[in-house]
Write a protein that binds this ligand. Structure first.
Ligand SMILES: [Zn+2]
Length: 207
């Protein structure tokens, strides 16, 4: 099957991926990068109602991440660590983005702060693909809590001073905003997240 994938099948899969991206709130620019489909086709199929299309400047994560608040940095790290795990299993970037974002939403369901376009931008700057040629982010493991978090590509932390998860846990008892975002029963433990990609696996491995 993998060697007989026809152009029509690839196109149908690109359309299916585009539909999932649109359902997750992606702007047209994002879907065009992820699927390779033309803007005109995407506009006709998914953005006929222009008033519902996301507007404004697209996210720019390298600047954003370093000034973002603790909850945003924590959730960005949760998304990127899930995305990275799916990529390491051999899945294509587009599939890993969509599947990883859905898992992120299930982990941070109380009040998700990372939009699909932000997730796309983070993945792009993580892997040096789509909108950039070289990575600006890397994922490092905190020496104190062993969580993985996003930092600059050249950082090799020997301490946990940058780790958003250590900061979040330290502030948890005195910060109601953090308690609301991560109820005790839903505290993120990324190492235990079941990726639940059986269906995705079947679909992708058939290529
Ligand atoms: Zn830590």
């Amino acid at each position: 099957m993998a060697t007989n994938t026809t152009q029509a099948e690839r196109h149908i899969r690109a359309l299916a991926l585009a539909k999932e991206c649109a359902a997750l709130g992606a702007r047209m620019r994002t879907i065009a990068y992820v699927t390779g489909l033309a803007h005109t086709q995407l506009a006709h199929l998914f953005f006929a109602d222009r008033t519902s299309a996301p507007r404004g400047r697209p996210p720019d994560s390298p600047d954003w991440y370093h000034t973002a608040n603790l909850l945003n940095r924590t959730e960005a790290s949760i998304f990127v660590s899930i995305y990275r795990r799916i990529r390491e299993l051999g899945f294509a970037p587009g599939e890993a983005l969509v599947s990883g974002y859905k898992h992120y939403l299930s982990v941070c369901r109380a009040h998700p702060r990372i939009s699909f376009d932000r997730a796309f931008d983070l993945a792009s700057h993580m892997d040096g693909l789509w909108i950039v040629r070289t990575p600006s982010f890397s994922l490092v493991t905190c020496p104190a809590c062993t969580s993985q978090y996003v930092t600059t590509v050249s950082a090799h932390p020997a301490t946990n001073c940058e780790c958003p998860f250590c900061k979040l846990l330290a502030r948890y008892r005195r910060d109601p905003r953090i308690q609301t975002s991560f109820p005790v029963s839903a505290l993120p433990d990324v190492s235990q997240i079941q990726l639940g990609i059986v269906a995705l696996s079947k679909r992708t491995k058939d290529r």
